[in-house]
Design a protein around this ligand. Structure first.
Ligand SMILES: [Zn+2]
Length: 101
């Protein structure tokens, strides 16, 4: 994707060559959910593992410490769901879950 500027090497988990692409990443900082969009990262096409280079990592650290910048950023609202409430309302205990046994 585009001209590669950094060699991310292979995935530490599954040894697949990482591909450079822009990602969105979420962080929980002081109890607040923050999403950083358009981060250039190495992404594993097989297992989804993501890494950034050292410089990008440093910029992310700086950004997450910069309260003033974060406060001035646009906001989105996201659903937050109480899982227990969902389970009570949509009882599937008579079916077998395909994901969790
Ligand atoms: Zn992988």
């Amino acid at each position: 994707m585009g001209n590669t500027t950094y060699n991310y090497g292979n995935c530490e988990t599954c040894d697949t060559p990482l591909e450079e692409q822009y990602i969105k990443q979420d962080f929980w900082i002081r109890g607040e959910l923050i999403i950083i969009d358009h981060i250039l990262a190495g992404v594993c096409p097989k297992c989804g593992e993501k890494i950034v280079n050292a410089e990008t990592g440093q910029y992310i650290d700086e950004l997450l410490k910069n309260n003033e910048y974060i406060i001035s950023a646009p906001r989105i609202s996201v659903p937050i769901i109480m899982f227990d409430e969902f389970k009570k309302r949509y009882d599937i205990s008579n079916e077998r879950s395909a994901y969790i046994d």
